[in-house]
Design a protein around this ligand. Sequence first.
Ligand code: DP6
Length: 395
Amino acid sequence: MSHAVTCTAPVNIAVIKYWGKRDEELILPINSSLSGTLSQDQLHARTSVMARADFASDAIWLNGKQESIENPRLQNCLREIRKLAAAKQTHQQGAPLPTDKVHICSVNNFPTAAGLASSAAGYACLVYALAQLYKVGDSLAEVTKLARVGSGSACRSIYGGWVRWVMGEAADGSDSIAEQVVDEHHWPEIEVLILVVSDHKKTTSSTAGMQTTVETSSLVKHRADKVVPQRMEDIQNAIRARDFETFGRITMQDSNQFHAVCLDTYPPITYLNDVSRGIIDMLTKYNAHKGKIQAAYTFDAGPNAVIYLPRENVNEVVNLVRHFFPPAVGAEAAFVRGFRDVPAAPVDAATLQAINRSVFADSLKYVMHTRVGSGPQVLSNDADCLLDASGNPRL
Ligand code: DP6
């Protein structure tokens, strides 16, 4: 007898960054964090899981390629789900036996090489699908804990809208869970631009980078103990009140502090490059010229910028990007992608004059326009399954 489930899960982008663990194995953070979940219309992972007693072993295929199932993070997720299923005896309700083997097949609808946060969506999707398969998905709080042991930031992709990961205090991680602050309908005016920077050099992985930070940075302790707790309070209040001025300021300050902490690491870690710094400069001058925060940048462990901004500013900001970071000649057509057409139009002379910086052509691959969206979904149509009846990836 075979059981199969297919799910999709979203990417999330933190505005209060998770950086540093107090427990490497259980993935327990040194500070709480908060993110927006991005719409799955533009970016998502899709994962099918199938369990059968007669599979020879567990197996995984990622974006069409078989990968090692021995990956310790993956093993942790599988072990924890099976432990929970065994404790709850869910095979008596028709779930697979904890001893059955599983085949896992996962694809992203966006290029992994683009350096967009793919591990969060991937682990969230895997764990969400396995939790359905083993019938242990009733409590989403439990599912966030299972996702957390795959990749810390993945726990926040279990919900839509605005999500906090509460760091918790317990040594066993039982209170380190993600929770929804408000759903995706609370603040629909907020949209998102992802500026994908060309020329990606291989950077330090988040896992390795944050470990070195905790070992060597004195600034990160100050950040975790003294700065983040207040920011968590303030940004949640700003989101609840739809106060973009406060939200935007905290978002940019927290990104800046995260990258300052990276530089305080020894040896130092630099994720931002000249293009990233150019985007920061452009938006800083733009906001100053307008006398209020119009658009808020944030950067993760790489050079790509993510901009949160109210809908009314999207056209102007996209056209500023087209002006100061234009695509190569001939690449204009697919430069801005997303859920709504943003017509090209000149930006007014006073704004350009206030920004007053040189043009950096062909420095961005493309701009993805998206918004805040929903949490993981189950796809119930058999045609959506990525595995065929015998458990091999469909071509
Ligand atoms: C900069 O979740 O990728 O994106 O827990 O080691 O898998 P691991 O790290 P990961 O770190 C994400 C770091 C970040 C900030 C954030 O998403 O909060």
